[in-house]
Design a protein around this ligand. Structure first.
Ligand code: F6R
Length: 260
């Protein structure tokens, strides 16, 4: 696993975008997995800079979001479909027809989840998946205890995730359920790029990167991925034991592997 500790959010976004652009650049019709929430916003801003200056062409790319709240239609202001539209699709000038988000209100949720998996396969699989991490170690909405082989399905949100995400909703209403890509789905991506910001993520990052691989910390499955990059700010990386090693590794990267 590549672990990069950055001075600030802007640098986290720039370095994550560089790793993402490297992965996408290799395919004619690349496929990117999108995350929602606050963590990827700097990455999306840095990707936008590349699109605007012509160094990254996403014109033929397809996009698959990680997850959606169950019970929200795609035009609900707090749906992840709407968040992806406002924070990614519109600012980067992406054709909305190329952006897929799991349905939060399908009549047959199991069939919709299977169809989502099939759409990812039909697109050729995800080349690079952007990830955030919950304070409880979730990725996507794969809460602690999630199967490492899980595919897209409905899950119940933990009380902690609902409390963490209450800031996006009124005090009375945070959805109890979601539809999320599974850990097996996420692990099928060619590269994983996880970003984390702030002290509230320090325990989760330490457990994911240096703890035992365990369903109790779903993000720890990244230790089994061949190409996983974790980009954190100082606060999110504060509890990593091998901080000095990660800093040395980054400083000593050969020029061909340096973020650009
Ligand atoms: C969202 C997602 C979640 C978030 C995580 C962190 O699509 O998959 O795993 O990445 O809950 O959220 P933020 O970035 O808001 O702290």
């Amino acid at each position: 696993m590549e672990v990069i500790i950055c001075a600030n959010e802007q640098q986290v976004g720039r370095i994550a975008a560089s790793r993402i652009a490297d992965s996408l650049g290799r395919r004619e019709s690349p496929v990117m997995g999108l995350a929602t929430g606050s963590s990827p916003l700097g990455t999306y801003a840095a990707l936008k800079e590349r699109v605007d200056d012509g160094t990254l062409d996403l014109g033929r790319a397809q996009f698959f979001a990680l997850d959606e709240y169950w019970g929200l239609s795609s035009d609900h202001p707090n749906s992840y479909a709407e968040t992806i539209r406002a924070t990614f699709t519109e600012p980067l000038g992406i054709d909305p027809a190329r952006v897929h988000v799991p349905s939060g209100d399908a009549d047959d949720v199991d069939a919709a989840c299977d169809a989502y998996e099939q759409a990812i396969s039909a697109a050729g699989g995800i080349d690079v998946q952007i990830l955030g991490i919950g304070s409880n170690g979730h990725i996507g909405f794969n809460e602690p205890g999630s199967s490492f082989t899980s595919r897209t399905r409905m899950k119940t949100l933990t009380a902690r995730t609902r409390a963490d995400n209450a800031r996006f909703f009124g005090p009375d209403f945070v959805p109890t359920h979601c539809v999320t890509q599974g850990l097996g789905t996420i692990m099928g991506a060619g590269r994983l790029v996880l970003t984390a910001l702030g002290a509230a993520k320090a325990d989760a990052i330490a457990a994911a990167v240096e703890g035992p691989v365990s369903a109790m910390c779903p993000a720890s499955i990244l230790q089994f991925h061949r190409y996983a990059t974790v980009v954190v700010d100082e606060a999110a990386g504060a509890k990593l034991q091998l901080k000095d090693y990660y800093r040395d590794s980054f400083a000593l990267l050969p020029s061909s592997r340096r973020p650009h």
